[in-house]
Design a protein around this ligand. Structure first.
Ligand code: SF4
Length: 376
């Protein structure tokens, strides 16, 4: 079954590490929502199916949408698609938006899962990242959501920050476990070019990320997650039994998805396309009922490479059988041949015709995947 990703390109303020597409001016919000509804209508045939099993509001900050705005979007979605009765419907939310009143309001929308951007329970770290919320708001957001019956909660945490000592990282994890959330996404801080963080590192205001420290914090995380019955079903994603993100898992397993909103990406099995990353241009095009995107037809080698890159990071591993069936025997043989050195070094495990990363291999996942790529 297919999924829909909806990009809401507004944030209250810019986190210093972020390179997603967003604007801190909410001036065009109404015009954007009108354009978004037009795009949903214009893209109704892209997937080749109307049946939708997951919807994901990402951004930017989707929790800036009001209850009425969300209900209006669902009306448009329901007009053009058939949303499964048990669909997973996730809304990314910043803790400062998730007040008790807001969560009560969201209860009357089809949203049934929150992805809460907590990042750290230490205010000094949140300040360093220029986050808009504080740790008290983070704790309250989770509690209010649980009190209102939202069981399917995921929170984001970041490790590898120069100010994050081992003690603080262990504490962040313990606080997260005590909150009884069902899913945790934990990312290592990366210094993306052209971000405020990159500038601060360049001028020496903030220390760069220390690879050794990040690797140690990764190990601490794996140990803590295991001890608390979280399954690592993707390198950065951990869940309690049955609470894996269906939407993101579909990406990793190469299911079809439609992305709407500026900068959103779509994939229908053959082509990949991405919308213009500019709110003004996006709105202008849709005012003329025109879509504004670039696209590419994926070659078999590109599809093989993408499958390797995403599947290898998951608990389901990379299936040689699937490679043979979908991309041809030549690719399956090539993959296994390139994997040999990593099997020998205990970075990869080869079992039942599938390749899996070992804990050691997880630290160099991208390097391993790129070595398995077919270069055209
Ligand atoms: S709230 Fe999210 S999208 Fe917005 S600036 Fe921060 S990290 Fe980026």
């Amino acid at each position: 079954m297919a999924g829909i990703y909806i990009h809401i390109p507004f944030c209250k303020q810019a986190c210093n590490y972020c390179d997603f597409h967003f604007s801190t001016s909410l001036q065009n919000k109404d015009a954007f929502l009108k354009a978004l509804k037009r795009e949903i209508a214009l893209q109704q045939d892209y997937l080749g199916t109307k049946n939708i099993s997951t919807i994901y509001f990402g951004g930017g900050t989707p929790s800036l949408l009001t209850q009425a705005e969300l209900l209006d979007l669902f009306e448009t979605l329901n007009k053009h698609f058939t949303i499964d009765a048990n669909a997973e419907i996730t809304l990314e939310a910043n803790p400062d938006d998730l007040t008790e009143i807001k969560i009560r309001e969201l209860k009357s929308t089809p949203v049934n899962r929150f992805s809460i951007g907590i990042q750290s329970f230490y205010d000094e770290d949140l300040k360093l990242m220029n986050r808009a919320h504080n740790s008290a708001e983070a704790l309250n957001a989770v509690k209010f959501a649980q009190d209102q019956g939202f069981e399917n909660l995921t929170i984001d945490l970041i490790y590898g920050m120069p100010t994050l000592t081992e003690h603080k990282w262990r504490n962040n994890l313990q606080i997260a476990f005590a909150l009884d959330v069902k899913h945790i996404s934990a990312y290592c801080l990366t210094v993306e070019p052209k971000t405020a963080l990159a500038q601060a590192v360049k001028t020496g205001k903030i220390k760069n990320v220390d690879e050794q420290q990040s690797a140690e914090q990764f190990e601490i995380m794996l140990e803590g997650m295991r001890a608390n019955d979280f399954v690592q079903y993707e390198i950065s994603n951990f869940c309690k039994d049955g609470f894996y993100s269906r939407h993101n898992s579909n990406y990793w397993l190469k299911e079809k998805y439609l992305g709407v909103g500026p900068s959103a990406h779509s994939y229908n099995g053959i082509t990949r396309q991405w919308n213009v990353s500019n709110n003004g241009l996006y709105i202008q095009s849709l005012e003329k009922n025109e879509l504004n995107f670039e696209s590419e037809n994926l070659t078999i080698a590109q599809r093989y490479n993408e499958y390797v890159l995403t599947s290898l990071r998951t608990i389901w591993g990379t299936s040689l059988e699937q490679i043979k069936n979908n991309y041809g025997e030549k690719f399956a043989k090539y993959c296994l041949q390139e994997a040999q050195k990593y099997i020998a070094s205990n970075d990869l495990l080869f079992e039942e015709n599938q390749l899996f990363l070992t804990d050691k291999g997880k630290l160099i996942a991208d390097k391993i995947a790129s070595d398995l790529f077919e270069v055209e």
